[in-house]
Design a protein around this ligand. Structure first.
Ligand SMILES: Cc1ncc(COP(=O)(O)O)c(C=O)c1O
Length: 505
């Protein structure tokens, strides 16, 4: 199909569809149907052109700014039917605006930004500066397309049908599990899909926690935790008559390691740690803490919600028993998340929720459960969004997490150096290793007021307690303003942010 004809497709008038179908084979009609759902009525394709091109090739094209462009992601695939074998890890990407293929060997943040449609938005007439990545990350077009492609081509249920769509959807789902496993250096049997870190931590409290913790035992968490890594353990401790103990932080927001070492004993059954604190950006020295916990036979859990988007995760090197994260903070869709669990521990634990898809055999008198990880995944998973998660992982692999980490470190350091010179701004926490976050207050001005003034200039930050009240309160305050960064943030954005902050008085 020539580019000229492709470009003419945006003159397409869906009212002429029926007439045009006379020119096409059965297969072509399906593609026309697909087109008709992809186009709103006001976009018009000149139907005279329809006879001139091969509709079988439509699968190789996608809409870019209202125009169909050749889509190199699918370049080796002749039809949409072949995309089930599409490998996001080996894809080239087309940028949303100018269709240039990015050379991933060079970390060109300005080109990378063009993969993210929302980053071209204006807010209050100003270019959006997204510094609320700790709350959620923005999504590249390849992730958005993966969801839409799933629903337009594969929508089905998995591991339940002999028909083609179910087989193809199952293949994609299994592939996602393998690619998640490989992303964090686990094995596919160790990957449980959940809807986010919160569900993952609740799952662990209700399975391994319920199994291992007894009356009088200790559960250890740090003073840096998000509420999602406090409340499931608090609830478990209450139910089991066990003790929830808090590993303290110092005035910089770092763990007081001596105190931690002394808290460990044979009564310690669970040590559940934030890998990176969402409130302050503290990178917790988890390797050493895990080693110590293991010497006392404790189960170790990492809440990786804030580490997975920023640093390369290798669960073998970390040495943890469990690692939990949310997809939406790592450029994947909301409603996706993962629990990595060591196979031997998952195999011997108890189910979390029960229902369809997690059994071998059901009689009223007796149930035989499926093996892990399926035994932890009752009900239909969030299939389309998990395909989006797979695309996000492919995207990050292409960027290379080492590049991501280096660029972000540079950006956060750059912002820190400028912010610390603002007399009216106080940075909260000064951890030895800071990742992704700057939390601060502005003298005499309410945090929400600061957030609104930044928003007037198109800058999005989070204000408040960041769902980590105990950590923020340990600084004698109730909230902060939090700027949280991602690999698509630029030095120019930091300059603009600091400039606006300088004027808020
Ligand atoms: C450290 C940490 N843990 C857990 C969560 C909860 O994640 P979700 O809301 O995606 O379940 C968050 C969210 O901000 C977080 O920052």
């Amino acid at each position: 199909m020539s580019k000229k004809i492709t470009n003419n497709m945006h003159n397409y008038n869906s009212n002429n569809l029926l007439e045009s179908q006379n020119y096409c084979s059965e297969r072509d009609k399906r593609n026309i149907d697909r087109l008709s759902t992809m186009h709103s009525n006001e976009r018009k394709i000149n139907m005279n052109e329809f006879g001139n091109f091969d509709m079988h090739e439509l699968g190789n094209y996608r809409e870019v700014s209202g125009i169909y462009e050749e889509c190199s992601e699918f370049e080796n695939h002749k039809t949409m039917d072949d995309i089930s074998s599409f490998d996001y890890n080996n894809a080239n990407y087309i940028t949303g605006d100018n269709s240039q293929i990015i050379n991933r060997d060079l970390f060109d943040v300005h080109q990378i930004r063009q993969d993210f449609p929302i980053l071209s938005r204006l807010i209050n007439g100003k270019p959006l500066i997204w510094l609320d990545n700790g709350a959620t990350s923005q999504k590249p077009k390849v992730v958005i397309d993966a969801i839409s492609n799933y629903y337009s081509q594969y929508n089905s249920n998995v591991h339940r049908g002999v028909h083609t769509l179910s087989q193809e959807a199952s293949e994609l789902f299994d592939k996602a599990r393998r690619e998640v496993a490989s992303f964090i250096n686990g094995s596919e049997k160790e990957i449980i899909f959940v809807k986010g870190a919160t569900e993952g931590l609740n799952l662990l409290a209700n399975t391994i926690g319920m199994q291992k913790v007894n009356a009088g035992d200790d559960i250890l968490i740090t003073q840096l935790e998000h509420h999602s890594n406090i409340l499931p353990w608090r609830k478990l401790a209450q139910e089991k008559n066990a003790n929830l103990k808090i590993i303290p932080i110092d005035s910089n927001g770092d763990i007081v390691m001596d105190v931690y070492s002394n808290m460990l004993s044979e009564k310690t059954k669970i040590v559940s740690l934030a890998h990176i604190a969402n409130s302050l950006g503290t990178l917790v020295p988890v390797e050493s803490m895990i080693q110590q916990a293991k010497m006392h036979g404790a189960i170790t859990i990492l809440d990786g919600a804030q580490s997975i988007p920023h640093i390369k995760i290798d669960v073998q090197e970390l040495g943890c028993d469990f690692f939990v994260f949310s997809g939406h903070k790592m450029f994947a869709p909301t409603g996706t998340g993962v629990v990595f669990g060591r196979e031997d521990l998952l195999k011997n634990s108890i189910p979390y929720q029960v229902g369809g898809g997690m059994i071998h055999d059901v009689k009223y008198e007796q149930v035989k459960y499926a093996e892990s990880p399926y035994v932890y995944e009752a009900g239909t998973a969030n299939l389309a969004d998990i395909e989006g998660l797979r695309a996000a992982i492919g995207y990050l692999n292409k960027l290379d997490m080492n590049n991501v980490e280096n660029h972000e470190h540079d950006i956060v350091q750059y912002a820190y150096e400028q912010m610390k010179n603002l007399d009216h701004v106080k940075i909260i926490g000064n951890p030895v290793n800071r990742v992704g976050v700057l939390s601060f207050i502005v003298n005499g001005i309410d945090n929400n007021e600061v957030g609104k003034k930044l928003d007037e200039e198109g800058i999005a930050v989070r204000t408040g307690h960041h769902c980590a009240q105990p950590s923020i309160r340990s600084f004698g305050i109730e909230g902060t303003v939090r700027a949280s960064f991602a690999f698509y943030n630029t030095h120019d954005e930091v300059d603009k942010f600091i400039d606006v902050l300088r004027k808020i008085r």
